[in-house]
Design a protein around this ligand. Structure first.
Ligand code: SAM
Ligand code: SF4
Length: 446
């Protein structure tokens, strides 16, 4: 393979979950530290990092079509070729296959190894194709540069990996075992994010509420303890966390929803299905009743909590009646917003080999029915918010002159017209609800 000039510009494209978005930001900071700058909008980058997601089949296929498009669009007359790196969970799961199937890919780097990108870029520029899918979780964070300027909302990965082994899911294989980042590193990163302009921090983890660590006094604490300490950072206004697992929803964390003012009234607690047989087959280790009992406890301390979840329809063997149990659960909970997916068999996971794989048209129909119900509840939640007084954290300008967009405490998109700036916490009254956003007017004199 020919050597190429070291890249001067980069583009990082992240697919999938918020943890990938966080990883993408950290990779961008790493590349900036090497003197490589973001490619201007509309221009080709010398180096493209595709930060991939492997959770569903379509997510992985997108990567190959993106690689094809980058190669096809490469129009430099100097005989060079683009420097393409595939990162993220597809890289981890299918690294060898990518190298064989896509000769244009020069680097494959797993989610725990991306701190080594600078050296990989030097090797690839010298003409070598390189793969690094090692899994040393903590050294990655130690090797990353300090956080740079961020917007008013920032992600902070506190925990990675998963030991739960739900039978449909690739995460335990692509992200490895559950690892909590050390307490001191997180407090330090949170302070740096706030110094760099963040007013809201969302703590991230595949099982974020499994986080545990020793505080400065050497005492073991859980996510609730970490949240309480972060709430002491003066300029940090809001704290969120995602994604939680029902089994790690401790009484301490539930109590924090009642008494930590900066912890926003929003809980993303995936249930996946509303039938106990299906939940057992998924190896979810919670039942419908134990899930509902957690929600009751959370509502007891925070009655206005907005609830969110993830659902999978068409898990192998799911009958019509079992699917209807999911619809019943949705009606019982009254979610504010949710993610819902058709089951996608993931190679190497137990469910992929289970009997009773569901026909695509049955999955389509179930997903449509589920999404209709979820949309109805989302609209109802938004309508019930009308008249509420709350603050909105301004994130960006809207489409119309003088219009601004931000989020309510319940994670609703809110738009309003006022003389404000990004990062302001603006007191508003919610005026009119749509399915996906709410309009508001600014409360004066507050
Ligand atoms: N740890 C979280 C939990 O336990 O619920 C979820 C993290 S997972 C990365 C995000 C969501 O992707 C899951 O909640 C599930 O709904 C969905 N998902 C995972 N594997 C899937 C599969 N094979 N097919 C369809 N959806 C899947
Ligand atoms: Fe995947 Fe979440 Fe289950 Fe872990 S707990 S295996 S991340 S769905």
């Amino acid at each position: 393979m020919q050597s190429t000039a070291p890249p001067k510009t980069y583009r990082v494209k992240s697919f999938g979950c918020q943890m990938n978005v966080y990883d993408g930001e950290r990779m961008a900071e790493l590349l900036a530290g090497e003197g490589i700058t973001p490619a201007p909008e509309g221009q080709q980058a010398d180096l493209v990092v595709l930060n991939t997601c492997h959770i569903r089949e379509k997510a992985a296929e997108k990567v190959y079509s993106d690689i094809g498009r980058i190669v096809k669009d490469w129009d430099r007359a100097d005989g060079s070729s683009p420097l393409i790196a595939v990162a993220g969970c597809v890289a981890q799961a299918e690294g060898e296959e990518i190298m064989a199937r896509a000769p244009a890919v020069k680097m494959v780097v797993g989610p725990q190894a991306y701190h080594r990108l600078p050296q990989m870029i030097r090797d690839a520029s010298a003409g070598r194709r390189v793969t690094d899918t090692d899994m040393p979780a903590i050294p990655k964070f130690d090797a990353l540069p300090a956080r740079r300027k961020v917007g008013p909302t920032a992600f902070l990965t506190v925990q990675e990996g998963c030991d739960k082994f739900c039978t449909y899911c690739v995460v335990p294989y692509t992200r490895g075992a559950e690892v909590s980042r050390p307490h001191a590193a997180l407090i330090d990163e949170a302070k740096k994010l706030v110094d760099a302009g963040a007013r809201e921090i969302t703590l991230l983890g595949q099982n974020v509420n499994a986080w545990t660590g020793d505080n400065a006094a050497g005492r073991k604490i859980g996510l609730d303890g970490l949240i309480r300490e972060l709430a002491e950072i003066p300029d940090l206004a809001r704290i969120r966390y995602t994604t939680s697992h029902p089994n790690d929803m401790t009484d301490g964390l539930i109590a924090a929803h009642g008494d930590v003012e900066k912890l926003m009234p929003f809980l993303h607690l995936p249930v996946q299905a509303g039938n106990d047989r299906v939940l057992r087959a998924m190896n979810r280790s919670h039942s419908v009743d134990s899930y509902l009992a957690i929600l009751d406890k959370v509502r007891a301390v925070r009655p206005d909590i907005a609830l969110s979840g993830d659902f999978i329809v068409g898990f192998p063997g799911e009958t019509d009646t079992e699917f209807e149990d999911t619809l019943r659960l949705v009606d019982r909970v009254g979610y504010a917003q949710c993610f819902s997916f058709k089951y996608s068999p993931r190679p190497g996971t137990p469910a992929a080999d289970m009997p009773g794989q569901i026909a695509p048209e049955v999955m389509d129909e179930r997903l449509q029915r589920l999404q209709a119900a979820l949309n109805r509840h989302q609209m109802a939640f938004n309508e019930a918010s009308v008249g509420r007084a709350c603050s909105v954290l301004v994130e960006r300008k809207g489409k119309h002159e003088g219009q601004w967009l931000g989020k309510s405490p319940w994670l609703q998109s809110v738009h309003f017209t006022a003389d404000v700036a990004v990062g302001d916490l603006v007191p508003v009254t919610l005026d009119a609800a749509g399915p996906n956003s709410i309009s508001a007017s600014v409360r004066s004199g507050t």
